[in-house]
Ligand binder design. Structure first.
Ligand code: NAD
Ligand code: TYD
Length: 351
């Protein structure tokens, strides 16, 4: 038994791979193109571990994917690989279409051909698990109920549109070809190995460097935050017991306005690494809003709880404290990912 994981050197994928081996000895083949967002340093703990094989390559490379499927005969594909940052999708949507739409299409076609050649239990047990986002559902008004799996798709950014397109492909490959798929749509994650272009790690690393903390618009946009290992346990639950062709929302019932998140991060840093220059919140700087900025996301996670008994293990208080502590203890990791390419992005986007 083997899993083929795509994007397993990124934030969530690497957490998934590391968590997997805490409870399973089943091998993982990890296919990742190592874009700016993929870091082998995330997987350093697995160096020399025979259960983990890393392959540098693109999900859009059909010959490579065919060869990996034929060689390793995985019982499932768990598909994380994507371009994942909304702001980058606004600056340059092309890569999002290539990886999230075309790449997913290529992976589905390769999986379909491989699965078509299986027989018996191997065929019946095969899964294509597509990892997606709540952003495909669009934006909620203040009093609207949280997104259920039946919410219409109303993506608003090039990123969310590309993920919505990939979800539709996955759905169609099940309905038309019978490919055994499951899809999970998760809310915003945070935790270790989160690339510091996203809100929470950016605020931590900027605060520690004494740099401005850029809050878009009025800072009142709401996201529903989930600690990354809870997302990983949700994926494991759906991979093991999710009904074929179904989608499952994963979320932490934790809606927070961006400005409250930033203030929480500042307060934790004030406690854990006080700055002689004064409270970190002094660095908060309101900047021009993101074009088309979604106002509110919120996940109704009752289906996965009802059907599979999944619940998050962390509260926001415990998860955000662990996260800030992790960044304080891993200054070397932060330095290693802040390459020239990272600095170029920061100066292009924030000026
Ligand atoms: P990430 O940007 O940190 O990592 C993406 C990984 O995919 C990187 O390692 C990158 O090298 C790899 N990759 C990119 N293009 C590739 C290609 N063409 N071929 C092979 N590998 C490629 O992203 P993340 O935050 O870990 O997100 C993982 C998945 O989870 C994505 O599909 C994303 O849409 C979804 N998701 C993310 C969140 C979140 O809050 N971050 C929430 C819900 C769903
Ligand atoms: P982000 O982490 O990019 O995730 P997403 O856009 O996928 O939800 O952003 C989370 C929220 O934080 C979002 O409302 C945009 C906001 N934000 C800022 O206010 N400043 C920033 O510098 C960044 C990166 C995000």
């Amino acid at each position: 038994m083997t899993l083929l994981v795509t994007g397993g050197a990124g934030f969530i994928g690497s957490n998934f791979v590391l968590d997997w081996f805490k409870t399973s000895s089943e091998p993982i083949v990890n296919l990742d193109a190592l874009t700016y967002a993929g870091n082998l340093a995330n997987l350093a703990a697995l160096q020399g571990d025979a259960r983990h094989s890393f392959v540098k390559g693109d999900i859009g490379d059909r010959a490579l994917v065919d060869q990996l499927l034929a060689t390793h005969q995985p019982r499932a594909v768990v598909h994380f690989a994507a371009e994942s940052h909304v702001d980058r999708s606004i600056h340059g949507p092309g890569a999002f279409m290539r990886t999230n739409v075309d790449g997913t299409f290529t992976l589905l076609e390769a999986a379909r051909a491989y699965w078509g050649g299986l027989a018996g239990e191997a065929k019946a047990g095969f899964r294509f698990h597509h990892v997606s986002t709540d952003e495909v559902y669009g934006s909620l008004k203040p009093n609207e109920p949280a997104f259920t799996e039946a919410h219409p798709y109303e993506p608003n950014s090039p990123y969310s549109a590309s993920k919505a397109a990939s979800d539709h492909l996955v759905r169609a490959w099940h309905h038309t070809y019978g490919l055994p798929v499951v899809t999970t749509n998760c809310s915003n994650n945070y935790g270790p190995y989160h690339f510091p272009e996203k809100l929470i790690p950016l605020m931590i690393v900027n605060a520690l460097a004494g740099k401005p903390l850029p809050v878009y618009g009025d800072g009142q946009q709401i996201r529903d935050w989930l600690y990354v290992s809870d997302h990983c346990s949700g994926i494991r639950a759906v991979l093991a017991g999710g009904r074929l062709g179904e989608t499952y929302n994963i979320g932490g019932w934790n809606e927070q306005a961006n400005i409250d998140i930033v203030n929480t991060v500042c307060a934790l840093l004030d406690e854990l690494r006080p700055d002689p220059a004064g409270p970190y919140a002094r660095l908060i700087t309101y900047v021009t809003d993101r074009p088309g900025h979604d106002r509110r996301y919120a996940i109704d996670a009752r289906k996965i709880e009802r059907e599979l008994g999944w619940r998050p293990a962390e509260t926001f208080e415990s998860g955000i404290r662990k996260t800030v502590q992790w960044y304080l203890a891993h200054a070397d990791w932060v330095a290693s990912v802040q390459s020239g390419a990272y600095r170029d992005w920061v100066s292009q986007h924030y000026g």
